[in-house]
Design a protein around this ligand. Sequence first.
Ligand code: FAD
Length: 149
Amino acid sequence: MTRELAIDWIESESRNWDVLVIGGGATGLGTAVESVSRGYKTLLLEQHDFAKGTSSRSTKLIHGGVRYLRQGNIALVYEALRERGLLMRNAPHLVRDLSFVVPSYDWWNGPFYGAGLKMYDMLAGRLGIGLSRIISKKDTLEKIPNVEP
Ligand SMILES: Cc1cc2nc3c(=O)[nH]c(=O)nc-3n(C[C@H](O)[C@H](O)[C@H](O)COP(=O)(O)OP(=O)(O)OC[C@H]3O[C@@H](n4cnc5c(N)ncnc54)[C@H](O)[C@@H]3O)c2cc1C
């Protein structure tokens, strides 16, 4: 449907919308899907193209905000972990596990990241998706052969 046709259709419908969503990025699209699935007449307006804005740049990770831990923003990490857990619980068709390896090159990296990630696991609480663990150099190189040894 062209933009002109879409506008004509919206105007000719002259219906009472239950929900009007402005902005077709991840937030707006998600809101519109939820709204429609609950039976509300929903109009989603986007000024450019769907997911053209910030949403086109996202790596699409439902991360628990681990980088905010380094900034000492515990409240934000806690909130992000909670959101991550709720998404895994409520939208298992959209969210799946993805493991990360954090290579450490200095003697202090292991305890530093190890302690941080343990705290991260604890903050996730019941909504956690598995515990962080330390793996050997050999295992690391097997899993990611291109990493700088
Ligand atoms: C490099 C990068 C990586 C990221 N990685 C992650 C990640 O891994 N995980 C994560 O959770 N988040 C990540 N983010 C953040 C995430 O991308 C944003 O939080 C999210 O995309 C915001 O979505 P949004 O719908 O709120 O905004 P947007 O995607 O910007 O959508 C807003 C939309 O509203 C439209 N709009 C604005 N004003 C109007 C108007 N007046 N009328 C009609 N339409 C209008 C715009 O055209 C736009 O399409 C990342 C962001 C960046 C930049």
